[in-house]
Write a new protein. Structure first.
Length: 336
């Protein structure tokens, strides 16, 4: 099964750039950014040892901070984007929607951040057999003014890069920030033609869940606490839930793989896609996520193929790109 899944051309629709670098790639990035002989590199390697000896969740979240340090310059960000694309391509991901929060600091403006990622995407897609789109992220724990700047930049940049910048992600710590305050800027993004991928019902917040469902979205991140009526709503409006098994269990929003809501979605034949979320932070790959689903819920190879085709349908790709992806999947299955 694992060989079949690794070889299967896959579609990744929920991947945060700074969470997607594997330990090996973070090391590679650190070596590039700091230089192998530097004190900073030696110190970073020390900090990694604790991860490798069975990381706990706090260690996992520290990895975001590590990577953010390393991607705080255009060079580091460029290299990180290339590494992430390479890692997904190595796992035979044929189509990737990468999301990332544009950050400004002394080295880079938010515009430069987005331009750097786009330039790396262009090179990455030439080097590897993978199609990559970008969803600039709105971090709900930052001020609304930052979200407004992000949407304005995305709108401007998408005029030159309509094939790359295709949607907006709403993410960040679900215990912080109010969705209702971000709804107007998300509505502006939607009016400009962006598809919206919204982290929704990651925690149990019934008021916000109602607001989000009323607002609408193209895809729903996690959807853990939607409940049966929420799942029915998603089925009625054909909104897929981006299921991230390892991320949800390791971050503690779901207590075990067996109790993951993917089971209910499968039983209800509701729209769903399997994704990694932060494959570096949670130490997984998309192939591993499919393997987990086969082991936990008894999915067959043919059901895995159906899930890939479902992901193709719900991707923000063009109709031509979707057709090409389906043909790639069918060509692979014919060879089996
Ligand atoms: P970045 O946007 O490329 O820096 O990716 C890391 C960021 O993605 C984190 O700082 C969070 O804002 C966001 N993120 C990653 N995983 C999750 C999640 O499971 N829920 C909400 N936000 C997340
Ligand atoms: Zn996420």
């Amino acid at each position: 099964m694992i060989n079949f899944l690794r070889g299967l051309p896959k579609v990744e629709l929920h991947a945060h750039l700074n969470g997607s670098l594997s330990i090996e790639s973070i090391k590679e990035l650190a070596e590039k950014v700091y230089g192998q002989q530097s004190e900073e590199f030696a110190e970073m390697c020390e900090r990694f040892i604790s991860f490798e000896k069975g990381a706990n969740l706090n260690d996992c979240f520290q990895k975001f901070a590590f990577v953010h340090e390393l991607t705080s310059t255009p060079q580091g960000l460029d290299y990180a984007t290339q590494l992430a694309i390479r890692d997904f391509a190595r796992d035979n991901v044929m189509y990737l929607e990468l999301r990332t929060t544009p950050k400004s600091n002394g080295n880079m403006t938010r515009r430069a951040y987005l331009e750097t990622v786009i330039s790396a995407i262009k090179r990455g897609t030439k080097q590897h057999e993978i199609n990559v789109k970008l969803l600039p992220s709105i971090n709900r724990s930052e001020p609304v003014a930052v979200a407004e700047e992000t949407v304005a930049l995305a709108t401007e940049i998408a005029q030159n890069e309509p094939d790359i910048v295709v949607g907006i992600d709403f993410s960040g710590n679900p215990n912080q920030g109010k969705f209702s305050e971000f709804a107007p800027v998300l509505e502006t993004a939607r009016k400009h033609g962006f598809k919206l991928a919204i982290h929704c019902a990651e925690i149990d917040n019934p008021v916000e869940i109602r607001e989000m469902l009323k607002f609408g979205m193209s895809r729903c991140g996690h959807g853990t606490y939607l409940g049966n009526s929420g799942f029915a709503h998603m089925k009625q409006y054909n909104i897929p839930i981006e299921c991230c098994l390892t991320s949800n269990v390791k971050s503690g929003t779901v207590s075990s793989f067996g109790s993951h809501h993917l089971k209910q979605l499968l039983l209800a034949d509701a729209p769903k896609v399997l994704c990694t979320d932060d494959c570096g932070v949670f130490d997984t790959t998309l192939s591993d996520e499919f393997l987990l689903a086969t082991e936990t819920f008894g999915l067959t190879q043919s059901q895995c193929i159906d899930l890939i085709i479902e992901a193709v349908q719900h991707s923000f790709a063009t109709p031509e790109e979707k057709l090409k992806m389906k043909m790639q999947v069918y060509a692979y299955t014919r060879r089996q």
